[in-house]
Design a protein around this ligand. Structure first.
Ligand SMILES: Cc1ncc(COP(=O)(O)O)c(C=O)c1O
Length: 405
């Protein structure tokens, strides 16, 4: 833990950061790489001169690192952008010409609006949008419910790997196989998954997969994986004289953010170093996977500590799996307390220097279906591996005082 916390300068603060699903702390390694880029490589790419060539290499190095993070087959399958929201809007725009009136797209009720809105937009082209509901008892998405919605007209199923409100890991491999067998593609929002478990787009055979690097210990930057054969078919969003084969730049119109792309590579450097500390040998990817096993182990301890406290309260409704030891649970824990306003709870927790959050977290349709939107949504405690047991004890003590008022 000392090594881990030393890598995040922001953790020297007196605050306990437990709003990590909103945004994580950034690694020193990312800040160093961004600074290095600005000080040594800050020229326009594409020039014949040496510094411009080096800047190009730095940009490519960032993409290679993030390809390792996704376990993509080739770096060109990674598209950089300012946010997941923008990348998914770009994706739907670049796919739009593939849809015909009467085609169907399925979205879920559990997603953040980023992976719903861009697909609902296709209604303008006559595409029919259907909502995959969740089981309200278990808060889970079930394949039987999806099966009932799918027809031969279904072209795409957009779903979340983990809901940023429920914290449940959906079985992406199984869902993807199910959808592919029925002739459609998948687009997965992995924003609330990537900080907690290793991503492996090849193993899961997903088509499109997006995540936000600023919630995964990096800068305000995001990445979208597009399987290479699909990437070839997407319409370009860049200038008319750049053809469909300008990959992946056709989905990165204008100049990309070179410094953040390069800097984001330090997320992988960190995970590799963490894997080495845990005794891993072999490739960078193998070390990264070991690091994530340790991350999951630490998170499970923290998650169960919070959930066991909440379970004991008979005024508390936990939104999602209640058992912190369940391997399908990440420590993104949303709950409501009978008769208490989530906003007031958070304001009082501020006094204890504990950073948590309330609201619908832009999963508005889910909050509506749970009937909590009008009451300031839910309180969310979102932990990550750099949180400590001591911080969680401080949280529980503070929560106990605040809820007793
Ligand atoms: C699950 C999920 N998807 C998408 C987003 C949107 O990410 P971005 O801010 O990069 O657009 C968020 C942000 O909170 C999120 O939690």
């Amino acid at each position: 833990m000392n090594y881990v916390r030393d890598q995040f300068p922001g953790l020297k603060s007196e605050w306990a950061f437990m709003d990590n699903a909103g945004g994580s702390q950034i690694l020193k390694g990312c800040v160093d790489k961004i600074t290095e880029y600005y000080y040594s490589n800050n020229v326009q790419l594409g020039g014949s001169y040496q510094v411009s060539q080096e800047a190009l290499k730095a940009f490519a190095n960032g993409r290679e690192n993030i390809a390792t993070f996704f376990n993509a087959a080739r770096p060109e399958e990674i598209v950089f952008g300012p946010s997941t929201t923008v990348l998914l809007q770009f994706l739907s725009k670049s796919m739009a010409s593939q849809f015909r009136a009467g085609d169907e797209v399925i979205v879920t009720i559990t997603d953040h609006e980023s992976n719903i809105g861009p697909w609902v937009w296709l209604e303008e082209r006559g595409v029919r949008i259907k909502f995959w509901p969740m089981n309200k008892e278990t808060y889970e998405l079930e394949l039987e419910a999806l099966d009932a919605l799918m027809t031969e007209k279904t072209k795409l199923v957009a779903f979340t790997h983990v809901s940023n409100l429920l914290g449940t890991i959906n079985d992406v491999k199984k869902i993807t196989e199910f959808v592919h067998e029925r002739g459609a593609l998948v687009c997965v929002d992995a924003v609330a998954y990537a900080p907690h478990r290793a991503v492996d787009v090849q193993d899961w055979n997903v088509d499109f997969y997006a995540l936000s690097l600023y919630k995964t210990f990096g800068p305000h930057h995001a990445a979208l994986y597009c399987r290479y054969d699909h990437m070839l078919n997407l319409d370009g969003l860049y200038h008319y004289f750049y053809g469909k084969d300008k990959i992946p730049a056709k989905l990165e119109p204008g100049n990309a953010n070179y410094e953040l792309s390069y800097g984001s590579g330090a997320i992988v450097d960190y995970l590799v170093a963490l894997g080495e500390q845990a005794g891993a040998n072999g490739s960078r990817r193998m070390k990264l996977e070991t690091a994530y096993k340790d991350i999951a182990a630490q998170e499970t301890i923290l998650c169960e500590k919070v959930l066991s406290y909440l379970r004991k309260r008979n005024d508390c409704t936990i939104l999602g799996i209640k058992d912190g030891l369940d391997p399908r649970r990440v420590p993104t824990i949303a709950f409501t307390i009978e008769g208490k306003d989530p906003q007031k709870i958070c304001l009082e927790m501020d006094q204890h220097k504990i950073a948590i959050r309330f609201g619908d977290f832009h999963a508005r349709r889910l909050a509506d279906s749970l009937d909590i939107s009008k009451d300031n949504g839910a309180v969310r405690i979102s932990l990550t591996h750099y949180n400590t047991v001591e911080e969680v004890e401080k949280l529980i003590n503070a929560l106990d005082m605040v809820l007793a008022k």
